[in-house]
Design a binder for this molecule. Structure first.
Ligand code: ZN
Length: 62
């Protein structure tokens, strides 16, 4: 699962690099982003309910 997440991140980051990259404005910072992913994964794993009701709570974004 972790490897899959890493692949998704890499593909997403790659899509934001180069002349034909996505123009949404996000600039991948792999070291910082991976640390954020690790933290988010860890915190999510501590919660008894991994999938709360969609309208109940959305995790904050940096
Ligand atoms: Zn984008």
């Amino acid at each position: 699962m972790a490897a899959t997440l890493g692949t998704i991140y890499r593909d997403t980051a790659d899509a934001h690099c180069g002349a034909h990259g996505c123009s949404c404005g996000w600039e991948p910072d792999r070291r910082r982003d991976i640390e954020s992913l690790i933290t988010a994964l860890y915190e999510a794993a501590q919660r008894p309910n991994l999938l709360p009701h969609p309208t109940h709570h959305l995790p904050g974004r940096a």
